[in-house]
Write a protein that binds this ligand. Structure first.
Ligand SMILES: [Zn+2]
Length: 120
């Protein structure tokens, strides 16, 4: 990632991992003390708010769209529906599932799944 950033932005960027989904990225801005940035280690970054005056340059929203769709959810559930519809739906008329890749929520009705299975 640091290598990619150096190539695409033409300046130094450092990435620190503080947890499974917690990353800190520090990128060089004009007049950056590059030696200081290069010298940062994980411990120094954890104390950065105590040793430096910090402010946000920008905030960015990231969204992972994996391409999942209602159709794809029907295709995943279809075999289970053929094998064991009662086990799949129980007393419910609706299944609420989250895409395992992106977390998008999908609602699949028994009616839709029955139609999918009989058409396939
Ligand atoms: Zn998805």
């Amino acid at each position: 990632m640091e290598h990619f950033y150096a190539q695409s932005e033409q300046r130094l960027g450092r990435i620190f991992r503080h947890g499974p989904e917690d990353f800190v990225m520090i990128s060089a801005q004009p007049q950056c003390d590059v030696a200081w940035l290069e010298s940062l280690d994980d411990a120094a970054v954890r104390r950065l708010d105590e040793t430096e005056t910090l402010s946000l340059l920008e905030t960015r929203q990231y969204r992972w769209e994996c391409g999942c769709s209602q159709e794809r959810m029907l295709a995943v559930l279809g075999p289970m529906m053929r094998r064991d519809p009662a086990g799949l739906f129980g007393e419910e008329e609706v299944l609420r599932i989250s895409c395992p890749r992106c977390g998008a929520r999908h609602v699949v009705t028994r009616e839709a799944l029955e139609a999918y299975v009989s058409a396939a």
